[in-house]
Ligand binder design. Sequence first.
Ligand code: PLP
Length: 410
Amino acid sequence: MSLSKAFDHSKIRQDFPILARKNRGKPLIYLDNAATTQKPQCVIDSLTHYYSNNNSNVHRGVYELAEDAENLYRSARNTIASWLNVSPEEIIFTRGATEGINLVSNSFAKPLLKKGDQIILSEMEHHANIVPWQMVAKDTGADIKVVPLLEDGSLDRSKLSEFLSSSKSAILSICHVSNVLGTVNPVREIIKEAHQNGVKVVLDGAQSVPHLKVDLQELECDFFVFSGHKLFAPMGIGVVFAKNELITEMQPYQGGGDMIDQVSFQGTTFANGNQRFEAGTPNVAGAIGLAAAINYLAGIDFHQVDAHEKKLLTQTRNELHDIEGLVEYGTTSDKAGVFSFSIAGIHPHDLATLLDAEGIATRTGHHCCQPLMQKIGVDATARASFSLYNSMDDVHAFTNAVKRAVKILG
Ligand code: PLP
């Protein structure tokens, strides 16, 4: 079902069949959207339709069915490119954001970096935006510089400027939106400053695309990665955007079928452009499902989604503010709908277990951000993360359940 421009979360909710199920016998209240989002019926239908009618391997078939699959795969790439406002040749399909950062770090950064060059990261990064850079730094002798965070969970811009102005700095890789703090980084300004200093920018958009309308022409970043599953699409599909002029400089890091021009035992020449980075049979159904999710979102005003999620966040804060010992992590004014918190004397896992018994799905742990946990001085936090289908009733159910849990555990 497609949606009108007016944003109505209760109508949207009906498009997501899983939200009608129960959790521990209670109506499911799904507040773990930063981990993965649920799928609208049209995305589920697109997969069923593809496997019922169009499934074939892509790239080499001459029969009609193979052409159908090829056309759908190509059309999915076009849809994603036009949604990001870039060209289809600048889109590389991956399994997700993690594989995307591994691709950029290995194919672009590794051949470029020399001993002593600097890769700039920040304290709020997900492990997916730390570990691949550490591996590449180890192989090349590059150094990693980490931008510290201020009290409210924003980047220390003066430290960032100091790092960017160093002649040794080559790459800045940061998240657009933090999965723990919800901080929306002012990436447009940061990218400008990086470019003035000759530093290339990789943006981890895993948490931004579900909340913000991203226009990559406007942002002008060099690389952008995200995962389909956090954008209402299937798991196992993701995207790397790489500027055309950079794609030609990149070296493949995975070899195999579909990425070659000629192969012999004397050596191999590679295909041109983005195809060089898509070795092996791609996730055709996933790409089609991602395009279906994007077509679904095309009918929704993202400013209204952002405003809706901010209202849910503010209401959560208001309803929980009098709980003694509650600390919210990430308090910037521009924040996505992510509420990470701890309550003195209560283990987040115990809290989440009691919430689960009431049908409420939240996440606890280090959220794949152990360095950030060290920074804020905890092993784990509890986290409720909102999406376009969540309601004020979800917030009330969550905050009331937290209050009941505090009485039991406190
Ligand atoms: N970056 C951020 C900010 C994330 O939140 C996540 C997942 O939670 C990732 C990267 C990794 O995404 P995936 O596991 O889908 O590759």
